[in-house]
Design a protein around this ligand. Sequence first.
Ligand code: G3P
Ligand code: CA
Length: 266
Amino acid sequence: GKETGAPTIETGVISIAHRGAPFFAPEHTIPSYEIAAGLGADYIELDLQMTKDGVLVSIHDKTVGRTTGGQGEVASYTLKELKRLDAGHSFAGRERKRYAHVKIPTLEEVLERFGDSVNYYIEIKNPADNPGMEKALIDALKKFQLLHKKDKNGLPKVIIQSFSPSSLKSVQRMEPGLPLIRLFNEKDFASLTDDAIKELQTYASGVGLPYRSVTKKEIDRLHSYGLDVHVYTINDKKTMEQYIDYGVDGIFTDHIDQLLEILHMR
Ligand code: G3P
Ligand code: CA
């Protein structure tokens, strides 16, 4: 928040390509991020999990089943084993043949592919189960010289998000001054007190909320504390328009093409 020195993300509604462009290519794969970046998303969204041998990889679920047809937890696989899985297994889009046998990417592979040509909105998933995720993430961002950089529009190159406040605080301790977004599910957001918001201001630039639990009044309340409000995951244009009018600062969407069409017309 503004009062504590946590960085504020620039104004204007930021477009966040949730899982890349998952209707065009398998979610959380390099082709999915390529399409989202090519369409002009402000951010590509990555969900990080950690392998048994300590490598950060981009996959949403804790387990590999839904997206790859494999079995068990990501954390039970070495990177080499994980690379044998097919991240295109469950993709049902038009170009499914083209993306058959695409691999789960490591964080470093994504950073290597895109460098500073895109902005990254990175989620630390299940940090309590995988100690060391924060350090590994910071180290990778340092290696690719992406920390504390802005794009030509003044947007931070990297935003870090998590449902875990302790993980975000750990990032803040290691690398002060990064924009951090605290995610909430509906239940936790519903019980958020003013005191809890004040505590949140000590480390977060804003919040990421399920859009259905957000009213215009709530957005105004969070803004009055200097917090940015990003909402997930809106997949139709009418609802996108509605939340832009409410004053949200960012929208996560699986349909980045649709959100960009709206934003370009405004
Ligand atoms: O990161 C925002 C939103 O993606 C949180 O939900 O489950 O899609 O990662 P999830
Ligand atoms: Ca996410």
